[in-house]
Design a protein around this ligand. Sequence first.
Ligand code: GSH
Length: 312
Amino acid sequence: MAESQQIILHHYPMSPFAEKIRLILGFKGLHWLSVHIPNIMPKPDLTALTGGYRKTPVMQIGADIYCDTSLIAEVIDERSPTPSLYPTGIAGASRILAQWADSTLFWTSVPYAMQPAGLAHMFAGLPPEALKAFGDDRNTFRGNLPRMRPADAVGAFGLYLQRLEGMLAAREFFFGAAPSIADFSIYHNLWFVERGGPVAKILDSYPALKNWRTRMSAFGHGAHEKLDSAAAIAMAQRAASKPALGGNAESHGISVGEKVVISATDTGTDPIEGVLHGATAERISIAREDARAGKVVVHFPRLGFELRRAKG
Ligand SMILES: N[C@@H](CCC(=O)N[C@@H](CS)C(=O)NCC(=O)O)C(=O)O
């Protein structure tokens, strides 16, 4: 395969959203290149490609950079449509359940897993200054997102597990005999809690979910090889980005070629500047020039991001 067509995933092992994508790559039987990124800021090699987007994971194909797992999953599915992540008849419902799992369930699973016993297990052996640096980074990352206290997270997470268990009573996956995007979005949350040592015991009480987790993890991560972050930047530099997709190329009354700023609306809201390269009903693409990566196009899903005309 031409270098400019290879899938490069920028991620780190403990990231639940990265696990969602690694498992999708396994489900699709795809080969990919793996770039490990830091789990806290600064991330200079990642932001050379993204222009400031800092979340994990990011997917790169040549000089095209894809942010947010909802978009990354769509792009992987377009490239490799079988088996589908959005099967006919359940495409809308599976996307909406996935959106719930990536937001509400995620912000319940994290405080559940990170209650004191889970935190002690996950960060065992880490020097206190590294733990402090991680905590400070995540405080900035979360911004004003409301914080769920441990006791509330324990109650809510248990209730969600009970409901999810009920949904699997008569089927192998959440919408039937084959998985959809909803399965991958629910899975990464439980995968993260599983890493919480003593707090993971809660999962033992849900046998249908346990069998489903075994079926999901069997997809594996697909064949992959390690790649250096500097080599990934050089690959972007050598590649030409794809032309803009068709669709409503104008967005928010802003025309292609105008200077814009885009940012996530929930966490990691660091702004990304560039010029509007294209927009469709589902995604917004920004072109930008980087000293090391050259001309890149950074793609975002419309949902969960805000676009503004750049000042001045
Ligand atoms: N909506 C984003 C959420 C991604 C996200 O929050 N990822 C976490 C890691 S699992 C993150 O970026 N944490 C901060 C970091 O890695 O710097 C997506 O679907 O990709």
